[in-house]
Design a protein around this ligand. Structure first.
Ligand code: GTP
Ligand code: MG
Length: 235
């Protein structure tokens, strides 16, 4: 079956929120009459995530799960997820499982791609966007991370957002590096795109479950920036 787009949700032990997330997205798609599928890309969670998604799958033919047994990691999961999604759709929308990204904005992300944009980014830093309930320290780190990425893309306010839509052609064959957390930055740097748009969103607090954000991720991010700098110099 062919779908107009795939909503890709990476998961690692998100049993507390995944059912709510899928049901909410599915309801939005139905309400807006959109022919989208939902693909969970799970890194072999040790909680009930897989069981819960498989259960929903029984009654929702547009819901699927890809379970990864090796080479765990967020970016690698998304690359695999895009490959899987590309088998029956040409537009991918990435959203987190923990309720921090507003699923109500999925139709707008999709429509803006359909209007001709190659990438549409949910931005925390344009008018109407923002961040809720973050500690001072996390705001500072996030601002720093975003500021460094903006040196590469001054026209984009949130090049490290985790909430975005992209055309298959942009990522297909792009030499994306599987390391790190910031896949959008890789896509912007190495993907095959011409037009990008941003829409505002409020990054809410994690609704439940545990954060996977570790200190290691900051080091990986700096490595990623260095790699992208080399890439930019060589291309
Ligand atoms: N498949 C897969 N998913 C992951 C991995 N790490 C994180 N995720 C998922 O990626 C999304 C983002 O991870 P979070 O831990 O929420 O990161 P964050 O939003 O920056 O941090 P918090 O604000 O603390 O939630 C969530 O849906 C996670 O379940 C991973 O290694 N593999
Ligand atoms: Mg989160």
């Amino acid at each position: 079956m062919k779908f107009d787009f795939t909503v890709v949700i990476p998961t690692l032990n998100e049993a507390e929120s995944i059912a709510k997330m899928i049901i909410n997205i599915d309801a939005i798609l139905k309400k807006e009459n959109l022919n989208g599928q939902i693909l969970v890309v799970d890194d072999n969670s040790t909680d009930n995530t897989i069981f819960i998604v498989n259960d929903i799958k029984l009654t929702h033919p547009n819901v699927n799960i890809l379970i990864r047994h090796s080479n765990h990691g967020l970016s690698l999961s998304l690359i695999d997820g895009f490959n899987e999604a590309g088998k029956n759709s040409d537009i991918f929308i990435k959203i987190d499982a923990d309720g921090q990204h507003p699923a109500e904005k999925i139709p707008e992300l999709y429509r803006k791609i359909r209007d001709g944009n190659d990438i549409v980014i949910g931005s925390r830093y344009i008018k109407g966007g923002g961040i809720k309930n973050w500690s001072f320290m996390r705001r500072v780190i996030s601002r720093g991370a975003t500021g460094m990425a903006r040196l590469f893309f001054p026209q984009i306010t949130d090049p490290v957002s985790g909430f975005f839509a992209v055309r298959k052609d942009v990522v297909h064959k792009a030499p994306l590096k599987p390391k790190g957390y910031k896949i959008l930055l890789e896509i912007l740097m190495k993907g095959n795109w011409n037009t990008v748009a941003e829409i505002p969103f409020i990054f809410g607090p994690r609704e439940s479950g545990e954060s996977k954000l570790k200190r290691q991720i900051i080091i990986e991010y700096l490595e990623q920036l260095l790699d992208l700098l080399k890439f930019r110099i060589n291309h």
